[in-house]
Design a protein around this ligand. Structure first.
Ligand code: G6P
Length: 435
């Protein structure tokens, strides 16, 4: 068990696959990667702004975000967040994790521009008919095609519905301080705007206005989110693999990868984690998948997926390892009721809560998959709330930077994403892309 601070890494089901000295053999590499992260001596060092962000973010900017969200909650029925990749996955992940499964605590926040589905956009336009709407368009580069298309359509709808002046007052832009088409548009039209710091890449930007404004609007306590991340920033500083769970997680991943376990399955027994899995996939997939290297990030939600992918996990090709994320505290205390007739035979569970049953499902699955040849890392988080979510986000970002440096790649670029774009522009006949 590696634990200092809030998240513990339980390595019980890893020990039969990895010798302790395999991990300690990485200690020198961890020291050197730590230097790259903290001294900015590695590839991509211009994108380390996320590292000290939680402890240095301007408080006045947090207040401005809260005030903007408050104003939105009074003035509008629906906030449409337009963005793709790092410009939407983080907000969506945290919103899904912290909002109630049914109903909501804050404003209705929906997403657009995360794909090019005409069906989705037309249905969205039909859905907002007659509603009071605002848009937060988010793009670091300010030039990404998917959000640009969605913004053009929604802007046209808003100008039609509200007239130019009022539509402009309902548009909020989050983009680079000075570069990109979106910044130019925002400045010219006088839209309210927020800045994505130049030294923070999209997939590391969830704790900047990129994630914070949609989340504040959705009713998430963003100060708690930031306080958790700040705690993680202070905790995850040691290079000792016995102490720093984020670094130990990163090091185990690399040891497993070297042994041929090239797919990591992120598993949670909490369905609200589904969005977080998607955020995590972009973070690790784009950070590590380059130069023919990288662990393929996949995900499951249990016990749902034990009834679909569970068979593969238990008996399929043995190139997988699993990372199970769980929340320790039983926050609902949801009891299973006694039934006189006991036709379903469940009376043996009446003194247990659903949390306890779910926890035993996790233990049973970990045992079974371990015995079936799947190494399992377990990340244990005390509680599911905004503070611990902020901690978890930072934990993964720090682990990702370490893991990518350990594997010898730049954690902060994504050169391969361009190729499909070039092809698409050529196929669509974009001027300048004819060849
Ligand atoms: O925020 P944007 O500049 O619009 O970028 C949105 C996303 O698309 C790009 O293609 C990158 O691969 C992602 O890393 C990025 O998060």
């Amino acid at each position: 068990m590696v634990s200092i601070g809030t998240i513990s890494l339980n390595d019980k089901y890893i020990q039969s696959f990895v010798e302790k000295d395999e991990l300690t053999a990485l200690q020198d590499f961890v020291e050197s990667a730590h230097k790259k992260i903290h001294e900015g001596t590695g590839a991509g060092a211009d994108y380390l702004g996320w590292l000290n962000w939680p402890s240095t973010m301007d408080d006045a900017e947090v207040s401005r975000i809260e005030e903007t969200a408050l104003k939105l909650s009074k003035d509008v029925d629906v906030l449409i967040v337009i963005g793709i990749g790092g410009s939407y996955l983080g907000a969506k992940a945290v919103q899904d994790l912290l909002s109630p499964a049914f109903g909501r605590t804050g404003l209705e926040v929906v997403y657009a521009g995360q794909h090019i589905s005409g069906r989705y956009l037309e249905e969205l336009l039909a859905y907002i008919e007659g509603k009071k709407v605002a848009v937060n368009v988010i793009s670091k580069s300010g030039t990404t095609t998917e959000p640009a298309i969605a913004f053009r359509k929604l802007k046209a709808w808003m100008y039609e519905a509200y007239g130019e002046q009022e539509a402009a007052s309902r548009i909020i832009v989050t983009t680079d301080e000075s570069a990109g088409a979106l910044r130019k548009t925002a400045d010219e039209a006088g839209y309210v705007s927020f800045v994505i710091p130049g030294d923070i890449g999209g997939r590391y930007s969830v704790l900047t206005p990129v994630g914070l404004l949609p989340l504040a609007a959705a009713g998430v306590d963003i100060r708690q989110l930031l306080s958790g991340a700040k705690q993680a920033e202070a905790d995850l500083i040691s290079t000792n693999l016995e102490e720093n769970a984020a670094y130990a997680y990163a090091a185990y991943r690399q040891v497993l990868n070297a042994r041929g376990y090239s797919t990591e399955v992120m598993a949670s027994f909490e369905p609200a984690m589904a969005g977080m899995n998607e955020w995590w996939k972009q973070l690790f997939g784009e950070s590590e998948g380059k130069q023919g290297k990288g662990i393929f990030p996949a995900s499951v939600i249990y016990s749902t997926d034990l009834h679909s992918l569970g068979q593969y996990l238990q008996n399929g090709r043995r190139m997988l390892f699993e990372t199970m994320v769980s929340f320790t505290e039983d926050q609902q205390q949801s009891q299973i009721p006694f039934d006189e007739e006991d036709g379903d035979g469940l009376n043996y569970l009446v003194d247990k809560t659903l949390h306890e049953v779910n926890q035993q499902a996790l233990n049973a699955t970990a045992m079974a998959h371990h015995d079936g040849g799947v190494p399992i890392l377990q990340l244990e988080i005390p509680k599911l709330d905004a503070h611990h979510t902020g901690y978890l986000l930072y934990f993964f970002m720090k682990a990702c930077a370490m893991s990518a440096y350990l594997s010898g790649v730049n954690p902060f670029d994504q050169p391969g994403v361009e190729q499909y774009k070039q092809n698409m522009f050529q196929l669509l006949g974009k001027p300048g892309y004819e060849k």
